[in-house]
Ligand binder design. Structure first.
Ligand SMILES: [Zn+2]
Length: 341
């Protein structure tokens, strides 16, 4: 998937202010205004010892220029009395923004700052390669589960404009979904998704849960993951795919300012939105902390689901892609399994 498409997806998957401020937040220091809240422990493993790895005022030229460009002039000055601070958990290694928007400010960002997306525009931009990639993922999951498609129940958490869900339904699976936007929810319902909310997810109901560009946005990612794990059937799979922040973090900790980073390197640590900055290692630790086990898909299944018929002329492409995407690089697209009972 192209970076542009990823950016689009990250925009349509709004952050989830699902869980109200809990014990993870404390009173703000003087330099962080009322619109923001302070994280005092790791949002993934809930451990307290943290190391600050970067800080820059929101009023710096670099961040102001970024906000102006990213939000097409819609950004207000709400964050200007705060600092952009990246902290790292000493236990699980997750890097994350220490000062994050509170619920009203999140509403402002996702309703007023983020430029609107519409189905037609996203639909037009979807390439054959992207549909093929969705199909491969759906086939892989069904094969891994070893159930007939009609007996596979899936949850698309933050389904956006339902591209993944529609592919899963085309393969005969039953798909439920959670989505905050009313417009996208209505679209999802119109194409056959059963609408649910995080609060009313049935226990142990889903064989597969799909999350794409969601967890980097969440105020309390661990609480959300725990809820999703409870909704997963024993032996079920959950996909967590997030931006890989390793290169961005390396550069910013190596002395570069946020403003000097390329657009590609800004994206995984985007102020106010990508508040959890995962690496492969911290993503795996995140899943394990919630009782999950990372799955390394077998080559046989990958080739089978990637290719159908292995034609010689396509062999190099077919062999390279699943290895690249699923197995070899230590990337931030991981399937996790809930232990069978
Ligand atoms: Zn941690």
């Amino acid at each position: 998937m192209t970076l542009t498409a990823n950016n689009e997806l990250s925009r349509v998957h709004a952050a989830s202010p699902v869980l109200k401020s809990g014990p993870q937040q404390a009173a703000n220091p003087a330099y962080c205004g009322a619109a923001m809240q302070t994280r005092t422990c790791c949002p993934a493993c809930l451990s307290v010892p943290l190391t600050e790895v970067y800080r820059e005022p929101y009023t710096s030229d670099g961040i102001q220029n970024y906000l102006k460009t990213q939000y097409e002039g819609n950004a207000s000055s709400t964050a200007d009395d705060c600092l952009y601070v990246l902290s790292r958990c000493q236990r699980c290694g997750l890097s994350f923004q220490k000062y994050i928007p509170g619920d009203p400010f999140l509403g402002e960002i996702y309703n007023s700052w983020v430029p609107g997306t519409d189905f037609e525009r996203e639909h037009r931009n979807y390439s054959l390669e992207e549909y093929r990639y969705l199909a491969e993922q759906v086939q892989f999951v069904i094969q891994h589960l070893g159930r007939p498609p009609a007996a596979v129940r899936m949850l698309d958490f933050g389904f956006g404009w339902a591209h993944w869900s529609r592919m899963a339904m085309a393969y005969g699976c039953r798909v439920s979904g959670v989505e905050l936007s009313q417009e996208r929810s209505a679209h999802g319902q119109s194409v056959g998704i059963e609408l649910l909310t995080l609060e009313d997810l049935p226990d142990q109901a889903f064989h597969f849960i799909h999350t794409e560009q969601v967890f980097e946005h969440l105020t309390e990612p661990r609480a959300v993951l725990d809820r999703l794990v409870a909704a997963l059937a024993p032996g079920g799979l959950i996909k967590i795919s997030v931006p890989d922040a390793v290169t961005s973090l390396k550069k910013i900790e190596g002395g570069q300012s946020f403003g000097s980073l390329s657009a590609n390197d800004k994206m995984p640590i985007a102020p106010l939105e990508h508040i959890n900055a995962f690496s492969h290692a911290s993503l795996v630790a995140f899943g394990k902390a919630a009782g999950l086990r990372p799955v390394r898909p077998s080559f046989y299944r990958l080739y089978n689901s990637a290719s159908g018929l292995l034609q010689l002329k396509n062999l190099a492409r077919v062999l390279a892609r699943p290895v690249y995407r699923h197995v070899f690089p230590r990337n931030t697209f991981v399937y996790f399994e809930r232990a069978p009972q």
